[in-house]
Design a protein around this ligand. Structure first.
Ligand code: ZN
Length: 457
């Protein structure tokens, strides 16, 4: 595995902490969570300016380790005789083997879990589920907690078994969801999805990353071996169990020597919602998609076999994108449909009017997406139709035109102005976020990783 695949991924940080803490006798589930939260919180707090020159290993200590030791110290002070552990249920586990791994040596607790109707839920856990427990140093159970899904439409619940004097009680409670922020890096060898798989990046995150950079990169044809990326995204967890991914918060893509960076920004209290911005504060939504074709795991496989672009800017004033019939075609910017219908050699044809006298045109479609009518509003990325070969087309492809004042021009030659620049206040807030993210991306450079991994592993 490449060093940069591992570095700063929360998974490896957690593993590292767990390993260390086992040696030092306390396994603190809440400590782990605390470290994760801190990581997330720091992601959005600007670092001190002088932090930029510190070596990577030092940064990691500054961010994570002191918080864990603080947490452990706090635990030791507050309840010096208690131990917390987290274990995953294994195939073939009995209640006895699970409790044993959790350090519980408590026959009364075991009997209670076997007999109490609520607590018995612990015995129905599937392999892989997390269970946390606290004991005293004699192994007596203080409390035990796990997550269950009770019925199809019911929310996820915690079962908590807790000591109640000499006895126990068990309750079900709604499980709180915790958000973590993860950072991962990848290196392109063959395809984007091979790289994201290799870096353990979930598909919804990979897809968001593609969308985030699709005004800069045509993922079907622009990727090169050796391209790299970093991505920061939310994940949601319940009691140590992964629930789902959330939003991609920031990303960096180094494509063919060019670095593209993007960050999610939403002004607090804004009703318009957030969006992705370049690190210069320019909204990426104001630019046009580099390719109107939808990129997916499936189309990426297709592109490995057959290069999709027939030609670049051509005499006939358009760009042709070859693709299989039925490939979704997206609006390359926000706008209003100006023409939907059949028009001579263009076949099934759509023209979208954008701002500033910009318009885009899409020809040879096999069919239109439902609801496409003159005057309808579309947003960037909306599917408007599907690739075909209607009109004068020798094979299935998308003929795409970018027009200024109704005259087709080379889209690569047009410098699109930023329609709505940020206010000074917005920009200040934005810079607080991007300053920190840029710093983190700088720390994820491969050569620095090598130093950092050598010092720890
Ligand atoms: Zn054409």
């Amino acid at each position: 595995m490449q060093p940069n695949h591992k570095y700063l991924s929360l998974g490896s940080v957690s593993k590292l902490l767990l390993g260390t803490s086992r040696k030092t006798r306390i396994i603190s589930a809440s400590g782990l969570f605390f470290a994760a939260c801190t990581f997330g919180a720091i992601g959005f707090a600007p670092l001190a300016p002088d932090a930029a020159d510190l070596p990577v290993s030092l940064i990691e200590q500054k961010i994570t380790l002191p918080n864990l030791s603080q947490q452990i110290a706090a635990l030791e002070q507050a309840s010096p005789q208690y131990y917390m552990r987290e274990e995953k249920v294994r195939t073939g586990d009995t209640l006895a083997t699970l409790l044993n791994r959790l350090g519980i040596n408590d026959a009364a607790a075991e009997n209670f879990i076997k007999s109490d109707s609520t607590a018995r839920g612990v015995m129905q856990l599937r392999a892989g589920k997390s269970v946390q427990a606290q004991t005293n140093d004699a192994g007596s159970l203080q409390w035990l907690r796990t997550t269950v899904v009770s019925g199809r439409d019911n929310p996820v619940k915690n079962i908590v078994v807790a000591r109640n004097g000499d006895n126990f009680k068990a309750v079900e409670e709604t499980a709180a969801i915790q958000m973590r922020v993860e950072m991962r890096s990848g290196l392109i060898h063959s395809s984007l999805f091979a790289a994201t798989d290799n870096a353990n990046i979930p598909d919804p995150v990979a897809t968001q990353m593609v969308d985030m950079f699709s005004t800069n990169i045509d993922f079907t044809s622009d990727l090169r071996k050796g391209d790299r990326f970093n991505v920061v995204y939310e994940t949601f967890w319940q009691n140590g169990d992964f629930v789902r991914t959330g939003r991609v918060l920031a990303g960096e893509f180094i494509n063919n020597g060019n670095t593209y960076q993007s960050v999610w920004f939403q002004e607090p209290g804004s009703k318009q919602g957030g969006g992705y911005y370049g690190f210069d504060g320019k909204s990426l939504k104001k630019a046009f998609l580099k390719s109107p074709l939808k990129f997916s795991r499936i189309s990426s496989v297709f592109s490995m076999r057959k290069h999709p672009i027939l030609g670049l800017w051509k005499q006939h004033k358009g760009v042709d994108f070859a693709a299989t019939t039925g490939t979704p075609i997206r609006a390359s910017g926000d706008g209003v449909l100006d023409f939907v219908g059949t028009q001579g050699g263009y076949g099934n044809f759509i023209v979208i009017k954008h701002w500033n006298n910009y318009s885009t045109a899409y020809a040879h479609m096999s069919r239109f997406a439902p609801g496409m009518r003159k005057g309808s509003k579309v947003s960037q990325g909306d599917v408007i139709g599907y690739v075909g070969s209607t009109g004068w087309a020798t094979g299935p492809h998308l003929h795409y035109e970018f027009r200024v004042n109704n005259v087709a021009v080379d889209p690569m030659s047009v410098n699109i102005p930023n329609a709505q620049p940020m206010t000074t206040a917005q920009l200040r807030q934005f810079r607080n976020i991007t300053g920190d993210i840029m710093h983190r991306f700088a720390l994820m450079q491969p050569q620095k990783n090598a130093v950092k991994l050598a010092s720890i592993e």
